[in-house]
Unconditional design. Structure first.
Length: 192
């Protein structure tokens, strides 16, 4: 059972995600977060020192959760096709999410926080490695076609990143997303 402090910290993170998605990275202040969470400044600063720290925590949690899910799936010998289907559905959900503005905020963060460029590159490379490992896993189980897993992973990540950052301003239909997912499946999944 999480402690009260852990629950408050998670509440701050969840609330901040909504704020960053709505306002972007640069326009969210600690005062905004205090007000949205109904916390005093001291109450907020007990958990986080800056919006930057909160944002990095959000990014790290997402990356760690994804890595843990992949590791668990491989350890439990779950079908690579099933894992890919789950990943693709999550990407579709992210594109259609009411919090899709968070993806734009991630790019904004990378531009605004120049000292975080190395962190963002590591995060990008980690995402490529995770997806590449999933493709390699599927190839080892003969569920996926033989291909250069890293090249395919880069392609998939750029496709979804583009769709996520464009979705707040462009009308991307379910059919558009489903067509792209079908192309990915055709590139990767072995139907033999």
């Amino acid at each position: 059972m999480p402690t009260k402090g852990e629950q408050t910290r998670q509440f701050i993170i969840d609330t901040s995600i909504r704020l960053f998605a709505d306002k972007g990275y640069s326009d969210v202040t600690m005062k905004d977060i205090c007000e949205a969470c109904n916390l005093s400044r001291g109450g907020l600063y007990r958990h986080f020192n800056s919006t930057k720290e909160i944002f990095i925590n959000i990014l790290n949690t997402h990356k760690d959760d994804s890595q843990n899910l992949l590791d668990k799936g491989i350890k439990e010998n779950i079908s690579a096709k099933h894992m890919l289907e789950y990943f693709l559905q999550q990407q579709k959900n992210d594109i259609k999410s009411k919090y899709c503005g968070l993806n734009f905020a991630i790019h904004e963060f990378a531009f605004v926080e120049k000292d975080q460029r190395d962190y963002m590159n590591k995060r990008y490379n980690s995402a490529i490695t995770m997806l590449s490992n999933l493709i390699d896993y599927g190839q080892s189980k003969c569920e996926f076609k033989k291909c250069d897993s890293k090249t395919i992973a880069i392609h998939i990540m750029f496709l979804f990143d583009s769709m996520k950052t464009s979705s707040p301003v462009l009308k991307i239909t379910n059919e558009d997303i489903d067509n792209q997912i079908s192309i990915i499946k055709d590139m990767v999944i072995s139907y033999e």
